[in-house]
Design a protein around this ligand. Structure first.
Ligand SMILES: [Zn+2]
Length: 580
Protein backbone atom coordinates (compact mmCIF):
# COMPACT_ATOMS: atom_id res chain seq x y z
CA UNK A 1 0.00 0.00 0.00
CA UNK A 2 2.75 2.40 1.00
CA UNK A 3 4.67 1.66 -2.16
CA UNK A 4 1.60 2.19 -4.33
CA UNK A 5 1.31 5.71 -2.95
CA UNK A 6 4.98 6.47 -2.97
CA UNK A 7 5.63 5.91 -6.67
CA UNK A 8 3.43 8.66 -8.18
CA UNK A 9 4.36 11.26 -5.56
CA UNK A 10 8.07 10.49 -5.84
CA UNK A 11 7.82 10.76 -9.58
CA UNK A 12 5.95 14.06 -9.39
CA UNK A 13 8.45 15.47 -6.88
CA UNK A 14 11.38 14.29 -8.98
CA UNK A 15 9.99 15.80 -12.17
CA UNK A 16 9.12 19.10 -10.51
CA UNK A 17 12.57 19.33 -8.89
CA UNK A 18 14.31 18.58 -12.20
CA UNK A 19 12.22 21.20 -13.97
CA UNK A 20 12.86 23.81 -11.26
CA UNK A 21 16.60 23.21 -11.38
CA UNK A 22 16.65 23.30 -15.18
CA UNK A 23 14.78 26.59 -15.43
CA UNK A 24 16.91 28.11 -12.68
CA UNK A 25 19.99 27.02 -14.62
CA UNK A 26 18.75 28.94 -17.66
CA UNK A 27 17.77 32.03 -15.68
CA UNK A 28 20.97 32.29 -13.64
CA UNK A 29 23.37 30.74 -16.10
CA UNK A 30 26.38 32.89 -15.18
CA UNK A 31 26.06 31.98 -11.51
CA UNK A 32 26.13 28.28 -12.36
CA UNK A 33 29.11 28.87 -14.63
CA UNK A 34 30.94 30.45 -11.67
CA UNK A 35 30.20 27.31 -9.68
CA UNK A 36 32.06 25.26 -12.27
CA UNK A 37 35.19 27.28 -11.53
CA UNK A 38 34.96 26.01 -7.97
CA UNK A 39 35.31 22.49 -9.29
CA UNK A 40 39.09 22.70 -9.45
CA UNK A 41 39.37 23.97 -5.89
CA UNK A 42 36.89 21.66 -4.24
CA UNK A 43 37.49 18.48 -6.20
CA UNK A 44 35.18 16.89 -8.76
CA UNK A 45 33.95 14.12 -6.46
CA UNK A 46 33.04 16.38 -3.57
CA UNK A 47 31.51 18.90 -5.93
CA UNK A 48 29.23 16.49 -7.76
CA UNK A 49 28.43 14.69 -4.49
CA UNK A 50 27.24 17.97 -3.01
CA UNK A 51 25.19 18.83 -6.07
CA UNK A 52 23.47 15.45 -5.91
CA UNK A 53 22.73 15.83 -2.19
CA UNK A 54 21.26 19.28 -2.81
CA UNK A 55 19.12 18.08 -5.73
CA UNK A 56 17.74 15.21 -3.65
CA UNK A 57 16.97 17.70 -0.88
CA UNK A 58 14.73 19.58 -3.28
CA UNK A 59 13.04 16.32 -4.26
CA UNK A 60 12.51 15.50 -0.57
CA UNK A 61 11.03 18.96 0.12
CA UNK A 62 8.61 18.77 -2.80
CA UNK A 63 7.68 15.22 -1.79
CA UNK A 64 6.83 16.48 1.70
CA UNK A 65 4.75 19.25 0.17
CA UNK A 66 2.76 16.69 -1.82
CA UNK A 67 2.01 14.70 1.32
CA UNK A 68 0.09 17.68 2.69
CA UNK A 69 -3.67 17.95 2.18
CA UNK A 70 -4.52 20.10 -0.84
CA UNK A 71 -6.04 22.79 1.31
CA UNK A 72 -2.84 23.28 3.28
CA UNK A 73 -0.49 23.32 0.29
CA UNK A 74 -1.22 26.92 -0.85
CA UNK A 75 -0.09 28.23 2.56
CA UNK A 76 3.26 26.46 2.28
CA UNK A 77 3.62 27.53 -1.36
CA UNK A 78 3.04 31.20 -0.48
CA UNK A 79 5.54 30.94 2.36
CA UNK A 80 8.06 29.39 -0.05
CA UNK A 81 7.53 32.25 -2.52
CA UNK A 82 8.30 34.72 0.27
CA UNK A 83 11.45 32.78 1.18
CA UNK A 84 12.55 32.87 -2.46
CA UNK A 85 12.00 36.63 -2.74
CA UNK A 86 14.21 37.15 0.32
CA UNK A 87 16.80 34.69 -1.00
CA UNK A 88 17.01 36.24 -4.46
CA UNK A 89 17.24 39.76 -2.99
CA UNK A 90 20.19 38.53 -1.01
CA UNK A 91 21.70 36.84 -4.01
CA UNK A 92 21.39 39.90 -6.24
CA UNK A 93 22.95 42.12 -3.60
CA UNK A 94 25.64 39.91 -2.09
CA UNK A 95 26.03 37.18 -4.72
CA UNK A 96 25.05 34.48 -2.24
CA UNK A 97 21.99 33.17 -0.46
CA UNK A 98 21.55 33.71 3.27
CA UNK A 99 24.31 31.87 5.15
CA UNK A 100 24.11 30.74 8.75
CA UNK A 101 26.28 33.70 9.81
CA UNK A 102 23.80 36.00 8.05
CA UNK A 103 20.91 34.24 9.74
CA UNK A 104 22.71 34.73 13.02
CA UNK A 105 23.05 38.45 12.29
CA UNK A 106 19.43 38.73 11.18
CA UNK A 107 18.34 37.19 14.47
CA UNK A 108 20.73 39.39 16.43
CA UNK A 109 20.66 42.91 14.98
CA UNK A 110 18.22 45.54 16.12
CA UNK A 111 14.96 45.82 14.19
CA UNK A 112 15.72 49.25 12.67
CA UNK A 113 19.14 48.13 11.41
CA UNK A 114 17.43 45.11 9.84
CA UNK A 115 14.76 47.23 8.18
CA UNK A 116 17.49 49.38 6.64
CA UNK A 117 19.26 46.31 5.28
CA UNK A 118 16.14 44.78 3.75
CA UNK A 119 14.96 47.94 2.01
CA UNK A 120 18.44 48.48 0.62
CA UNK A 121 18.33 44.99 -0.94
CA UNK A 122 15.03 44.85 -2.82
CA UNK A 123 14.99 44.98 -6.63
CA UNK A 124 12.16 44.23 -9.13
CA UNK A 125 14.38 41.71 -10.96
CA UNK A 126 13.85 39.38 -8.00
CA UNK A 127 10.27 38.69 -9.04
CA UNK A 128 11.49 37.48 -12.44
CA UNK A 129 13.89 34.97 -10.84
CA UNK A 130 11.19 33.76 -8.48
CA UNK A 131 8.70 33.13 -11.30
CA UNK A 132 9.71 29.63 -12.51
CA UNK A 133 9.78 28.21 -8.98
CA UNK A 134 6.46 29.83 -8.24
CA UNK A 135 4.77 28.29 -11.30
CA UNK A 136 6.07 24.82 -10.48
CA UNK A 137 5.08 25.05 -6.83
CA UNK A 138 1.58 26.24 -7.71
CA UNK A 139 1.21 23.36 -10.19
CA UNK A 140 1.97 20.92 -7.36
CA UNK A 141 -1.07 22.18 -5.44
CA UNK A 142 -3.33 20.49 -7.99
CA UNK A 143 -1.71 17.05 -7.99
CA UNK A 144 -4.22 14.75 -6.27
CA UNK A 145 -2.96 12.57 -3.45
CA UNK A 146 -5.39 10.51 -1.44
CA UNK A 147 -3.69 9.49 1.73
CA UNK A 148 -4.74 9.25 5.35
CA UNK A 149 -3.00 11.35 7.97
CA UNK A 150 -1.22 8.34 9.45
CA UNK A 151 -0.06 7.12 6.08
CA UNK A 152 1.29 10.59 5.20
CA UNK A 153 3.11 10.74 8.48
CA UNK A 154 4.73 7.37 7.84
CA UNK A 155 5.73 8.41 4.34
CA UNK A 156 7.24 11.69 5.58
CA UNK A 157 9.70 10.02 7.95
CA UNK A 158 12.22 8.96 5.35
CA UNK A 159 12.48 12.31 3.48
CA UNK A 160 12.61 14.23 6.78
CA UNK A 161 15.40 11.99 8.02
CA UNK A 162 17.20 12.42 4.71
CA UNK A 163 17.00 16.23 5.04
CA UNK A 164 18.43 16.10 8.55
CA UNK A 165 21.27 13.68 7.78
CA UNK A 166 22.26 15.24 4.44
CA UNK A 167 22.30 18.68 6.05
CA UNK A 168 24.52 17.49 8.86
CA UNK A 169 26.91 16.05 6.29
CA UNK A 170 26.94 19.36 4.40
CA UNK A 171 27.44 21.25 7.69
CA UNK A 172 30.56 19.18 8.36
CA UNK A 173 32.05 19.01 4.87
CA UNK A 174 30.71 21.69 2.49
CA UNK A 175 30.28 25.38 3.21
CA UNK A 176 26.98 26.73 1.89
CA UNK A 177 28.55 29.82 0.31
CA UNK A 178 30.33 27.60 -2.19
CA UNK A 179 27.11 25.99 -3.38
CA UNK A 180 24.45 28.67 -3.46
CA UNK A 181 22.08 26.39 -5.32
CA UNK A 182 18.36 26.45 -5.06
CA UNK A 183 16.94 29.13 -2.76
CA UNK A 184 14.48 26.89 -0.92
CA UNK A 185 16.77 24.11 0.19
CA UNK A 186 19.47 26.69 0.81
CA UNK A 187 17.43 28.32 3.56
CA UNK A 188 16.79 24.94 5.13
CA UNK A 189 20.51 24.14 5.05
CA UNK A 190 21.24 27.51 6.59
CA UNK A 191 18.65 27.12 9.35
CA UNK A 192 19.87 23.65 10.29
CA UNK A 193 23.49 24.77 10.04
CA UNK A 194 22.67 27.54 12.51
CA UNK A 195 21.10 25.00 14.87
CA UNK A 196 24.05 22.58 14.59
CA UNK A 197 26.44 25.45 15.30
CA UNK A 198 24.47 26.60 18.34
CA UNK A 199 24.50 23.07 19.76
CA UNK A 200 28.29 23.04 19.53
CA UNK A 201 28.72 26.41 21.27
CA UNK A 202 30.62 26.79 24.55
CA UNK A 203 28.20 27.37 27.42
CA UNK A 204 30.42 27.43 30.49
CA UNK A 205 31.59 30.44 32.49
CA UNK A 206 34.43 32.72 31.40
CA UNK A 207 37.88 32.06 32.84
CA UNK A 208 38.62 33.84 36.12
CA UNK A 209 41.36 36.38 36.80
CA UNK A 210 43.92 35.78 39.56
CA UNK A 211 42.68 36.80 43.00
CA UNK A 212 43.95 40.30 43.55
CA UNK A 213 41.74 43.30 44.03
CA UNK A 214 42.59 46.98 43.88
CA UNK A 215 42.34 48.61 47.27
CA UNK A 216 40.80 51.82 46.02
CA UNK A 217 38.85 53.45 43.25
CA UNK A 218 41.13 55.04 40.58
CA UNK A 219 41.00 58.81 40.14
CA UNK A 220 40.80 58.78 36.34
CA UNK A 221 37.98 57.54 34.11
CA UNK A 222 38.40 55.50 30.95
CA UNK A 223 35.84 55.56 28.16
CA UNK A 224 35.99 53.08 25.32
CA UNK A 225 33.76 54.15 22.44
CA UNK A 226 32.95 51.65 19.70
CA UNK A 227 31.06 53.50 17.00
CA UNK A 228 28.83 51.98 14.30
CA UNK A 229 29.71 51.93 10.57
CA UNK A 230 32.22 54.82 10.63
CA UNK A 231 34.75 54.70 7.81
CA UNK A 232 38.06 56.09 9.05
CA UNK A 233 39.09 57.68 5.77
CA UNK A 234 35.89 59.79 5.65
CA UNK A 235 37.12 61.86 8.60
CA UNK A 236 38.90 65.07 7.65
CA UNK A 237 41.04 64.27 10.70
CA UNK A 238 42.46 61.52 8.45
CA UNK A 239 42.89 63.75 5.39
CA UNK A 240 39.42 63.48 3.82
CA UNK A 241 39.00 66.55 1.57
CA UNK A 242 35.69 67.62 3.15
CA UNK A 243 35.48 69.17 6.61
CA UNK A 244 33.61 66.30 8.23
CA UNK A 245 35.43 66.58 11.59
CA UNK A 246 36.47 70.24 12.19
CA UNK A 247 35.99 69.97 15.96
CA UNK A 248 38.20 66.90 16.25
CA UNK A 249 40.90 68.68 14.24
CA UNK A 250 40.66 71.72 16.51
CA UNK A 251 41.26 69.64 19.65
CA UNK A 252 44.09 67.82 17.89
CA UNK A 253 45.71 71.21 17.29
CA UNK A 254 45.21 72.09 20.96
CA UNK A 255 46.93 68.82 21.93
CA UNK A 256 43.94 66.94 23.38
CA UNK A 257 43.64 64.36 20.62
CA UNK A 258 46.19 61.74 19.63
CA UNK A 259 45.27 60.36 16.21
CA UNK A 260 46.36 56.81 15.33
CA UNK A 261 45.38 57.01 11.67
CA UNK A 262 43.40 54.35 9.83
CA UNK A 263 42.92 51.23 11.94
CA UNK A 264 42.05 47.76 10.63
CA UNK A 265 38.83 46.42 12.14
CA UNK A 266 38.83 42.84 13.42
CA UNK A 267 35.72 41.96 11.43
CA UNK A 268 33.29 43.17 8.79
CA UNK A 269 30.21 43.07 11.03
CA UNK A 270 29.41 44.54 14.43
CA UNK A 271 29.13 41.14 16.04
CA UNK A 272 32.52 39.91 14.85
CA UNK A 273 34.44 43.05 15.77
CA UNK A 274 32.83 43.44 19.17
CA UNK A 275 33.52 39.80 20.04
CA UNK A 276 37.24 40.43 19.46
CA UNK A 277 37.33 43.95 20.96
CA UNK A 278 35.68 43.01 24.23
CA UNK A 279 37.60 39.77 24.88
CA UNK A 280 41.03 40.52 23.40
CA UNK A 281 41.02 37.30 21.39
CA UNK A 282 43.51 37.45 18.52
CA UNK A 283 43.13 34.39 16.30
CA UNK A 284 40.88 34.04 13.25
CA UNK A 285 38.45 32.31 13.24
CA UNK A 286 37.61 31.70 16.88
CA UNK A 287 37.34 27.93 16.54
CA UNK A 288 38.21 27.34 20.23
CA UNK A 289 35.37 29.64 21.45
CA UNK A 290 37.90 31.92 23.14
CA UNK A 291 35.53 34.90 22.68
CA UNK A 292 33.19 33.04 25.03
CA UNK A 293 35.93 31.95 27.43
CA UNK A 294 38.27 34.93 27.79
CA UNK A 295 37.69 37.40 30.63
CA UNK A 296 36.22 40.64 29.29
CA UNK A 297 37.40 44.23 29.68
CA UNK A 298 34.89 44.60 32.52
CA UNK A 299 36.58 41.81 34.48
CA UNK A 300 39.91 43.61 34.34
CA UNK A 301 38.42 47.03 35.04
CA UNK A 302 36.56 45.73 38.07
CA UNK A 303 39.76 44.11 39.41
CA UNK A 304 41.50 47.46 39.15
CA UNK A 305 38.79 49.17 41.18
CA UNK A 306 36.85 50.89 38.40
CA UNK A 307 33.08 51.19 38.46
CA UNK A 308 31.99 49.47 35.24
CA UNK A 309 29.23 50.76 32.98
CA UNK A 310 28.07 49.42 29.63
CA UNK A 311 26.05 51.74 27.39
CA UNK A 312 24.51 50.20 24.29
CA UNK A 313 22.05 51.95 21.98
CA UNK A 314 22.83 49.69 19.02
CA UNK A 315 21.58 46.32 20.40
CA UNK A 316 25.03 44.89 19.92
CA UNK A 317 27.09 41.84 20.75
CA UNK A 318 27.28 42.28 24.52
CA UNK A 319 23.61 43.13 24.90
CA UNK A 320 22.76 39.84 23.22
CA UNK A 321 25.03 37.99 25.65
CA UNK A 322 23.46 39.83 28.57
CA UNK A 323 19.97 39.00 27.33
CA UNK A 324 20.87 35.33 27.01
CA UNK A 325 21.99 35.71 30.64
CA UNK A 326 23.96 32.53 30.50
CA UNK A 327 25.97 32.28 33.65
CA UNK A 328 29.26 34.12 33.41
CA UNK A 329 28.82 35.41 29.84
CA UNK A 330 29.22 38.98 31.04
CA UNK A 331 30.42 39.48 34.61
CA UNK A 332 31.80 42.41 36.58
CA UNK A 333 29.27 44.88 35.23
CA UNK A 334 27.87 47.47 37.64
CA UNK A 335 25.43 49.16 35.26
CA UNK A 336 24.01 48.24 31.87
CA UNK A 337 22.27 51.08 30.04
CA UNK A 338 20.16 50.46 26.93
CA UNK A 339 17.32 52.40 25.27
CA UNK A 340 14.89 51.23 27.91
CA UNK A 341 17.15 52.27 30.81
CA UNK A 342 17.40 55.79 29.37
CA UNK A 343 13.62 55.96 29.07
CA UNK A 344 13.28 54.69 32.64
CA UNK A 345 15.57 57.46 33.85
CA UNK A 346 13.64 59.96 31.73
CA UNK A 347 16.71 60.80 29.70
CA UNK A 348 15.65 61.79 26.18
CA UNK A 349 18.22 60.53 23.69
CA UNK A 350 16.41 62.21 20.78
CA UNK A 351 16.15 60.62 17.40
CA UNK A 352 19.83 60.08 16.56
CA UNK A 353 20.66 59.01 20.15
CA UNK A 354 24.39 59.84 20.12
CA UNK A 355 24.19 63.45 21.32
CA UNK A 356 22.10 62.27 24.26
CA UNK A 357 24.80 59.69 25.00
CA UNK A 358 27.46 62.43 24.89
CA UNK A 359 25.54 64.48 27.48
CA UNK A 360 25.07 61.42 29.69
CA UNK A 361 28.79 60.57 29.50
CA UNK A 362 29.85 64.07 30.48
CA UNK A 363 27.42 64.04 33.42
CA UNK A 364 29.04 60.79 34.65
CA UNK A 365 32.56 62.18 34.21
CA UNK A 366 31.67 65.39 36.03
CA UNK A 367 30.17 63.43 38.92
CA UNK A 368 33.37 61.62 39.95
CA UNK A 369 36.42 59.69 38.68
CA UNK A 370 36.99 55.95 38.55
CA UNK A 371 34.59 54.92 35.79
CA UNK A 372 35.31 52.40 33.06
CA UNK A 373 32.61 52.91 30.46
CA UNK A 374 32.17 50.91 27.27
CA UNK A 375 29.87 52.51 24.71
CA UNK A 376 28.29 50.96 21.60
CA UNK A 377 27.15 54.10 19.79
CA UNK A 378 24.31 54.39 17.29
CA UNK A 379 26.64 55.90 14.67
CA UNK A 380 25.86 55.65 11.00
CA UNK A 381 24.06 52.46 10.17
CA UNK A 382 22.33 52.67 6.76
CA UNK A 383 19.93 54.56 6.13
CA UNK A 384 22.26 57.50 6.70
CA UNK A 385 19.54 60.10 6.22
CA UNK A 386 18.17 59.19 9.67
CA UNK A 387 21.47 59.88 11.42
CA UNK A 388 21.31 63.68 11.53
CA UNK A 389 18.48 66.15 12.14
CA UNK A 390 16.28 67.13 9.21
CA UNK A 391 17.55 70.70 9.31
CA UNK A 392 19.48 72.82 6.76
CA UNK A 393 21.94 73.70 9.53
CA UNK A 394 23.12 70.07 9.59
CA UNK A 395 22.95 69.46 5.84
CA UNK A 396 26.42 70.52 4.75
CA UNK A 397 26.52 68.53 1.51
CA UNK A 398 23.69 68.23 -0.98
CA UNK A 399 21.81 66.58 -2.66
CA UNK A 400 21.05 63.85 -0.13
CA UNK A 401 19.15 60.56 -0.14
CA UNK A 402 15.58 60.19 1.06
CA UNK A 403 15.20 58.47 4.46
CA UNK A 404 14.33 55.06 2.96
CA UNK A 405 15.87 55.34 -0.51
CA UNK A 406 17.81 52.25 -1.64
CA UNK A 407 21.45 52.54 -2.71
CA UNK A 408 21.88 53.36 -6.37
CA UNK A 409 25.36 52.96 -7.83
CA UNK A 410 25.17 55.35 -10.81
CA UNK A 411 27.21 58.58 -10.42
CA UNK A 412 24.21 60.61 -9.22
CA UNK A 413 23.25 57.87 -6.75
CA UNK A 414 26.77 57.62 -5.37
CA UNK A 415 26.99 61.37 -4.99
CA UNK A 416 23.84 61.40 -2.86
CA UNK A 417 25.03 58.37 -0.89
CA UNK A 418 28.37 59.98 0.01
CA UNK A 419 26.80 63.40 0.75
CA UNK A 420 24.32 61.84 3.14
CA UNK A 421 27.03 59.74 4.80
CA UNK A 422 29.34 62.76 5.22
CA UNK A 423 26.54 64.81 6.79
CA UNK A 424 26.03 61.89 9.16
CA UNK A 425 29.72 61.84 10.15
CA UNK A 426 29.70 65.57 10.80
CA UNK A 427 26.79 65.08 13.21
CA UNK A 428 27.23 61.62 14.79
CA UNK A 429 31.01 61.89 15.15
CA UNK A 430 32.10 65.54 15.20
CA UNK A 431 29.05 67.04 16.97
CA UNK A 432 29.06 64.07 19.36
CA UNK A 433 32.59 64.87 20.50
CA UNK A 434 31.92 68.62 20.58
CA UNK A 435 29.04 67.95 22.97
CA UNK A 436 31.00 65.46 25.08
CA UNK A 437 34.29 67.37 25.35
CA UNK A 438 32.83 70.84 25.83
CA UNK A 439 30.37 69.73 28.53
CA UNK A 440 32.98 67.82 30.54
CA UNK A 441 34.48 69.88 33.33
CA UNK A 442 36.22 67.14 35.31
CA UNK A 443 39.34 66.72 33.18
CA UNK A 444 40.94 63.49 34.44
CA UNK A 445 39.71 61.19 31.68
CA UNK A 446 40.80 59.40 28.53
CA UNK A 447 38.73 58.16 25.59
CA UNK A 448 39.77 55.44 23.16
CA UNK A 449 37.64 55.68 20.03
CA UNK A 450 37.13 53.33 17.08
CA UNK A 451 34.30 51.94 14.96
CA UNK A 452 33.11 48.34 14.63
CA UNK A 453 33.66 48.38 10.84
CA UNK A 454 33.59 50.86 7.95
CA UNK A 455 31.39 51.15 4.85
CA UNK A 456 31.85 50.49 1.13
CA UNK A 457 30.08 53.68 -0.07
CA UNK A 458 29.45 51.90 -3.40
CA UNK A 459 32.94 52.71 -4.71
CA UNK A 460 33.15 49.54 -6.76
CA UNK A 461 29.42 49.43 -7.41
CA UNK A 462 28.63 47.57 -4.17
CA UNK A 463 25.01 47.87 -3.08
CA UNK A 464 25.87 46.34 0.29
CA UNK A 465 27.40 48.55 2.96
CA UNK A 466 29.39 45.99 4.98
CA UNK A 467 29.38 42.27 6.01
CA UNK A 468 31.32 41.05 2.94
CA UNK A 469 35.10 40.65 2.96
CA UNK A 470 36.03 43.81 0.95
CA UNK A 471 39.15 45.43 2.41
CA UNK A 472 37.51 48.84 2.41
CA UNK A 473 35.03 47.63 5.05
CA UNK A 474 37.75 47.31 7.70
CA UNK A 475 38.91 50.94 7.27
CA UNK A 476 38.03 52.46 10.66
CA UNK A 477 39.18 55.43 12.75
CA UNK A 478 41.25 55.18 15.95
CA UNK A 479 42.26 57.97 18.31
CA UNK A 480 42.59 59.01 21.92
CA UNK A 481 41.00 62.10 23.41
CA UNK A 482 42.10 63.12 26.89
CA UNK A 483 41.30 65.78 29.44
CA UNK A 484 43.71 68.49 30.55
CA UNK A 485 44.27 66.83 33.92
CA UNK A 486 44.48 63.26 32.68
CA UNK A 487 47.03 61.68 35.02
CA UNK A 488 48.61 59.33 32.42
CA UNK A 489 49.08 61.86 29.64
CA UNK A 490 52.76 60.92 29.31
CA UNK A 491 51.96 57.46 27.94
CA UNK A 492 49.86 59.02 25.17
CA UNK A 493 52.46 61.55 24.13
CA UNK A 494 55.08 58.77 24.12
CA UNK A 495 53.33 56.74 21.38
CA UNK A 496 55.83 55.75 18.70
CA UNK A 497 55.33 57.68 15.45
CA UNK A 498 54.57 55.76 12.25
CA UNK A 499 52.82 52.79 13.88
CA UNK A 500 49.92 50.97 12.20
CA UNK A 501 47.13 49.85 14.52
CA UNK A 502 44.48 47.18 14.37
CA UNK A 503 41.50 46.44 16.61
CA UNK A 504 43.55 43.64 18.10
CA UNK A 505 45.89 46.20 19.71
CA UNK A 506 43.08 47.85 21.65
CA UNK A 507 42.61 45.27 24.38
CA UNK A 508 46.12 45.43 25.85
CA UNK A 509 46.05 49.22 25.33
CA UNK A 510 43.06 49.46 27.64
CA UNK A 511 44.71 47.13 30.16
CA UNK A 512 47.72 49.49 30.12
CA UNK A 513 45.42 52.47 30.68
CA UNK A 514 43.86 50.63 33.64
CA UNK A 515 47.37 49.86 34.96
CA UNK A 516 46.73 46.10 34.93
CA UNK A 517 49.99 44.37 36.03
CA UNK A 518 51.41 41.69 33.68
CA UNK A 519 50.86 39.04 36.39
CA UNK A 520 47.12 39.59 36.11
CA UNK A 521 46.90 39.19 32.32
CA UNK A 522 45.75 35.63 31.68
CA UNK A 523 46.01 35.51 27.88
CA UNK A 524 48.70 36.60 25.49
CA UNK A 525 47.07 39.57 23.85
CA UNK A 526 48.31 41.49 20.81
CA UNK A 527 50.69 44.32 21.65
CA UNK A 528 49.36 47.47 23.24
CA UNK A 529 49.50 50.65 21.16
CA UNK A 530 52.03 51.94 23.72
CA UNK A 531 54.44 49.08 22.94
CA UNK A 532 54.04 49.13 19.15
CA UNK A 533 56.94 50.32 17.03
CA UNK A 534 57.24 50.86 13.29
CA UNK A 535 58.90 47.42 13.17
CA UNK A 536 55.60 45.79 14.13
CA UNK A 537 54.03 47.06 10.91
CA UNK A 538 53.08 43.98 8.90
CA UNK A 539 49.83 42.23 7.97
CA UNK A 540 46.76 43.27 9.89
CA UNK A 541 44.21 40.44 9.74
CA UNK A 542 40.43 40.50 9.82
CA UNK A 543 37.54 38.07 9.43
CA UNK A 544 34.18 38.04 7.69
CA UNK A 545 31.47 35.41 7.92
CA UNK A 546 31.29 32.82 10.67
CA UNK A 547 32.99 33.80 13.94
CA UNK A 548 33.68 30.22 14.98
CA UNK A 549 34.81 29.11 11.54
CA UNK A 550 32.09 26.65 10.76
CA UNK A 551 30.73 27.13 7.29
CA UNK A 552 31.47 30.32 5.46
CA UNK A 553 34.14 32.67 6.62
CA UNK A 554 37.18 34.31 5.16
CA UNK A 555 40.27 35.69 6.81
CA UNK A 556 42.15 38.38 4.93
CA UNK A 557 44.96 40.82 5.67
CA UNK A 558 45.74 44.44 5.00
CA UNK A 559 49.50 44.44 4.30
CA UNK A 560 52.02 47.21 5.01
CA UNK A 561 52.11 49.29 2.88
CA UNK A 562 48.39 48.86 2.54
CA UNK A 563 48.15 48.84 -1.24
CA UNK A 564 46.79 51.41 -3.64
CA UNK A 565 43.65 53.19 -2.55
CA UNK A 566 43.20 51.53 0.84
CA UNK A 567 42.70 53.94 3.71
CA UNK A 568 41.67 56.72 1.32
CA UNK A 569 38.15 57.90 0.59
CA UNK A 570 37.08 60.47 -1.96
CA UNK A 571 33.83 62.39 -2.24
CA UNK A 572 31.84 61.37 -5.34
CA UNK A 573 32.60 64.67 -7.12
CA UNK A 574 36.26 63.68 -7.17
CA UNK A 575 35.55 60.33 -8.90
CA UNK A 576 36.43 61.75 -12.30
CA UNK A 577 39.29 63.88 -10.99
CA UNK A 578 42.75 62.47 -11.52
CA UNK A 579 44.45 61.44 -8.31
CA UNK A 580 47.24 63.79 -7.29
ZN1 LIG B 1 28.04 47.54 12.72
Amino acid sequence: MLIKHRVPITLAALLAAALAVLIDLIFRFSSYRDLLHLLSGVGALKFSGTLTLVFLQLVALLYLLLLLPRLLRPVIVLLSVFVMIVQFSYWLTLNQFITSSDLFLILNVSADNLEGAISSFFKPLILWYTLPYTIILFALIFIPVRSTFRKSLALSLLPALYLLVSNYALFLYAAEGNFHLNPLTSLLRTALHYEFETLREYRGPREALPGLNASQRPLNSIIYIIDESIRGSNLSLNGYPRATTPFLQSIETRGHLKNLGICVAAGTSSYLSNAYLVTGHNEFPDSAFRTFKNPTLFDYAKKMGYETIYIDVDSGYLSKLLEMSREGHVRSLDRWMNDQSFRDRQIDLEITKDLGIARYLSSLLNERGGYFILVNKKGLHFHYRNTYPDDPAFTFWKPVMEPSEPISTDPAGREKLVNTYDNGIRFQVDEFFRELVSKTTHQNYVILYTSDHGQTLAEQGQVYTHLKSDKVIVDVPAFFIFGQQYDQKASLTGICPGIRVSHLNNFATLLDLMDVPMSLRVRSYDKSIFSLTAEDNRERYYISGSLHGSGDYSVKAVPTPAGEGWGISRPAWMDGVKKL
